[in-house]
Design a protein around this ligand. Sequence first.
Ligand code: AMP
Length: 411
Amino acid sequence: MAEKLHPVRGMKDLFNEDYNAHEYIISTAKSVAELYGFEGASVPILEHTGVFARTLGEASDVVSKEMYSFLDKSNDSLTMRPEFTAGIMRAFISGGMHHQLPMKLFSNGPLFRYDRPQAGRLRQFHQLNYEFLGADGVYSDAEMLMLAQHTFEALGIAGDFTLELNSLGCKESRTRYQEMLFDYFTQYSNELSEDSKRRLLKNPMRILDSKDNGDKKIVATAPSIESSYSAEAHKYFNDLQNLLSIMNVHYKLNPKLVRGLDYYCHTAFEFTTDKLGAQSAIGGGGRYDGLSKIMGGPEMPSIGFALGIERIALMKRFTTIATRPIFIIPIGDENLEHAATIAANLRTQNIPTMLEHKGKIARRMQNADKARARYVVFIGSDEVASGNYKVKDMDNGQESFMSLEAIGHLK
Ligand code: AMP
């Protein structure tokens, strides 16, 4: 007997309502993003491994444990994207798009991380992703956060999440903070988790993100990031908070929130909810002015964020109203051709139409019910001869005779 097929662990099939919910979330998000001048962009799922390994940092969890990497038939090491930003930046640089700045790019699609699957955490998941390349000045940061809030409002979940906000300061503040943290955590180096011992040497800021309970206790009394801010960093963060208040964007300051990567600066944020148990993050992002340079591109201020589609879909039942088709049922094989021309005619008028050409009539009516057909049109020999077709309204059961033109006007 053939081996039983099953999906890869942590990867889900999307059908019916699940598929529709994803589509609804994507199209709603895209139309809100367009209000802010975003355009769609799509980059490959596969990139050379270096695109992610170098930019995310070898010490990050994503690179050290979670990447789906493999050698292809030319012995090139390729990786299935674990996030969007690095691929988009690679495309910007390799495509020489500097003259198109500023660019606001909206993307969506699957991402891959080899993590332990659980509710809300998959190995193939989907994100809505927003990148604003050439985003200079604090208004850009505020606008991105307005866009995120607007998106949650459009999806009807604005009341269910908290925007947690922090500033990582400018480059100099970050370097200062890294040194302060290194000195602080070194005192506890024996008590830190194994992961955090590694982080201490490579990037002590990542310890602040640790999920380990022992680490969390040590983190609780770590020096605050604010003490390392330069005057410029202070002003940037104050200006942002003023703008957010003016624009009615609600936030909560979280000084422990860091994007651990070296190229992040100033604004860092996360959207969290208490509705999803352990997987409380719906999305996150920040300003990454240093990334382009690291990847060999120009000096370029940028800010971006990503929202997890599966987690949004878990927050609420997104019932979408699917369009209801007209069902065409030919009575007798001799009328099939005529029925097919009627179906083709209706489709050219953008009317969803299904031709149910086989089986017992009762069975075909059941299929019409299942497809939530709005009307059923019967094509028998009398109808073909007269050009008047029997139409059944599936909501009230009433039957009447109508011309093809009248059928085309049915609502
Ligand atoms: P990140 O790129 O890690 O900042 O993640 C951004 C968002 O993507 C998170 O807040 C989640 O909503 C979603 N996400 C990240 N990893 C996963 C995963 N393994 N499964 C499902 N959603 C995820």
